[in-house]
Design a protein around this ligand. Structure first.
Ligand code: ATP
Ligand code: MG
Length: 675
């Protein structure tokens, strides 16, 4: 029960002020591990205690996992009623609102959500349709086009300015690029598709474009609270302004030193300008770090003290003692892996659960060697970030079938499914899709096309499959649909992919997960919106019962903490990533990312760097690596430097040997008659 919480005892005075703050705009700005998230959780509990109904509270976070965890914490504090607090990401919230209010704003019902990969494919189709695909002169790739598009709509910076600053080699193509964007927009509309950016854009448009509708949506909530506010963008700031326009009960917390999403259009100015946007804002600063030991803070404070711009202050802690963070030079990747695994087992034997330890890296692929070693040694692990389960080709294949059933106008999915059939290439797929479009996307139209001979059998199967699945008399449960389409697809999977068994197991898992959703539409939207990083994420909600080591990208580790943290591949070009070093801004963002990674540690922190790597990524050369530029002299001085495995012990010289001494040189001299 809320009234049994002793706020004053469980929070420091600044946190207490934030948690029990009355009404109006509130900004909590503070460094890593100062208890921002904790203050926010207590604030929700306090609001509930004040009698604010749970469904009138909107708690916005950056991942589903973060939302679940915060609401779980509120529930433990305040009791069951918190279950109905609305929590989630901006995108998931936008989705819920669009399903409810979109039809009133001209959005056709039953739209499907395009994930990033699909959006890029659709951009590619728009580019090809305009004939920019085959041009001799260079034209941006579909991924680049999508990046520019997304940056433009999220930041409100003009396409021309983005090209000039980021892609000057294409700056004379602005007109053509905008034609591709126009085509992309039309395609989305004709095919009833909504991409991630649209979710936010449409939310803003509903709020700002119609006074009645806007007021209606804003009046759903009495309090809006946002964690990690430093990573919001201009659109999200507008959304919040409109959502809080009447009641002005908005609480945001953040740390400018941890802003790591500028590459997606986030703007730390949102947070710094918050008091200007909301007149009368109360600002609370926190400086007491509760997470890390002093030796760890000494190092992380030094890392971030090199940042060019910074507003939050150095932190202090009362967790004295503990050893200095280790800086470990490994001979190569394999040695790095061995050291990390040995150390993890050692800490585990001393009583640290695996779940309290994490290995962090700059990009998902950097943990490959470690994953193999962990598997060999039978150490359970969970991977966050990087390649997601849903990005796996075979899972995308099956989802493409389902998406066609949901929305027969889904061109991207048609393309994917048609290309799966042996003997069908781009040209035939295109012809089939044109035919479908001409026939208002009725899958029956496919029967009119005569496929190339090699494709005939599979093609006929496909036509029959869609006819059967679209038959109104058939059971519509999603697992049944998946089972039906797998009768055709599993054979294709065996032909196309290696490592067949784990892939088939993934699909079994997908069938089970699908059974938990009330409808196909609900299942597909959920998957597109909050891609789970592993099947376990969806199957059980959370798998906190099993003890498993966490492997995570630095981005996905945001907001979390572990007893022991290992940052691997602290090599210049890897972390910072060589791809993010084109400008000072990018370098600064990489520095903040390193800061985020290192500040996750409570008691043990180790930073590792292999001295050599065989990289297929660098050609097949053998390269000599350099330590990350962020671990500079001043940082190193505060760390314990060590080699992963010390050189073998020298053979000690005997003190004295009996007998006549040999003269080795004289042996050779004698041989050639030298003096
Ligand atoms: P980040 O910037 O990484 O998101 P944060 O500022 O949100 O960090 P929290 O995660 O809320 O910090 O808190 C860090 C740790 O300190 C948590 O384990 C939390 O429970 C603990 N903590 C925070 N405030 C207090 C407090 N007043 N008393 C005891 N422990 C606290
Ligand atoms: Mg936090």
């Amino acid at each position: 029960m809320p009234d049994t919480i002793d706020f004053a005892a469980e929070l420091n005075p600044q946190q207490h002020a934030a948690a029990t703050f009355g009404n109006g705009p509130l900004l909590v700005v503070a460094g890593a591990g100062t208890g921002k998230t904790r203050a926010l959780v207590y604030r929700v509990a306090h609001l509930l205690g004040r009698g604010v109904p749970p469904h009138r509270i909107l708690l916005l976070t950056f991942t589903r996992r973060a939302a679940q965890e915060m609401l779980g914490r509120v529930a433990r504090l305040a009791g069951g009623s918190s279950a109905r607090v609305h929590g989630g990401t901006f995108h998931a919230t936008a989705h819920r609102l669009l399903r409810a209010y979109g039809p009133a704003a001209g959005l056709a019902k039953d739209f499907t959500i395009l994930d990033q990969g699909d959006a890029e494919d659709l951009m590619g189709m728009s580019r090809a349709a305009l004939g920019f695909g085959q041009r001799k002169s260079r034209f941006p790739k579909k991924e680049t086009l999508h990046h520019v598009y997304s940056r433009h709509v999220n930041t409100e910076i003009s396409v021309e300015d983005i090209l000039r600053d980021d892609l000057p080699q294409f700056s004379d193509l602005a007109i053509d690029i905008k034609k591709v964007f126009a085509g992309y927009t039309t395609r989305k509309e004709e095919r009833n598709l909504v991409d991630y950016d649209d979710l936010l854009l449409f939310w803003v448009a509903m709020l700002e474009g119609s006074p009645e509708l806007g007021a209606r949506i804003a009046s759903l909530y009495d309090h809006v609270l946002v964690d990690e506010y430093q990573d919001t963008n201009a659109l999200q700031a507008r959304i919040l302004r409109a959502m809080a326009a009447t009641h002005r009960n908005i609480t945001v917390v953040g740390d400018d030193a941890q802003s790591i999403y500028a590459f997606r259009g986030a703007n730390v100015r949102n947070m710094l300008d918050f008091p200007k946007q909301f007149e009368g804002t109360t600002v609370v600063a926190l400086e007491h770090n509760y997470r890390s030991t002093q030796p760890i803070l000494d190092v992380t404070n030094t890392v971030i003290s090199r940042a060019r711009q910074r507003f939050t202050k150095n932190l202090f802690t009362q967790r004295t003692g503990g050893e200095a963070p280790a800086l470990v030079a490994a001979k190569d990747e394999h040695e790095q892996t061995s050291w990390v695994v040995d150390r993890i087992l050692e800490l585990h034997e001393q009583g640290t659960p695996l779940r309290e330890m994490a290995v962090l890296f700059r990009a998902g692929y950097m943990s490959a060697d470690l994953e193999i070693e962990l598997t060999n040694r039978k150490i359970p692990f969970e991977k966050w970030g990087g390649l997601k389960f849903l990005e796996a080709a075979h899972v995308k294949d099956v989802l493409a079938f389902l998406r066609i059933l949901e929305n027969p106008r889904d061109e991207v999915s048609w393309f994917r499914v048609l290309l799966l059939l042996p003997g069908i290439g781009d040209a035939t797929a295109r012809t089939a899709i044109d035919l479908l479009q001409a026939r208002r996307w009725d899958p029956e139209a496919l029967a009119e096309l005569t496929p190339p001979p090699r494709a005939r059998e599979a093609y006929t199967q496909l036509v029959q499959l869609f006819a059967a699945l679209r038959d109104g008399n058939v059971d519509r449960a999603v697992p049944t649909e998946i089972a039906a389409l797998r009768r055709m697809y599993d054979a294709i999977l065996r032909e196309r992919y290696d490592r067949v068994e784990p892939r088939l197991a993934d699909l079994d898992q997908l069938e089970i997960i699908a059974g938990k959703f009330p409808s196909r539409a609900a299942f597909l939207s959920e998957l597109a919106l909050e891609p789970p990083s592993a099947t376990q994420d969806l199957a059980t909600g959370s798998s906190t019962d099993d003890d498993a080591l966490i492997l995570s990208t630095a981005h996905s580790a945001k907001g979390r903490e572990w007893d022991a943290v290992f940052v691997i591949w602290a090599v210049d070009g890897w972390f910072p990533s060589s791809r993010a070093l084109r400008s000072d801004e990018e370098t600064e963002e990489e520095r903040r990312l390193m800061y985020v990674a290192m500040t996750r540690a409570r008691h043990h922190l180790a930073v590792l760097y292999p001295l050599n790597s065989y990289g297929s990524r660098w050609g097949s050369e053998y390269t000599i690596d350099q330590l990350s530029r962020f671990i500079d002299v001043g940082v190193r001085e505060r760390m314990r430097r060590m080699a992963a495995y010390p050189a073998p012990a020298p053979i000690l010289a005997p003190e004295a040997l009996p007998g006549t001494p040999l003269d080795l040189r004289a042996l050779l001299r004698g041989r050639f008659g030298a003096p």
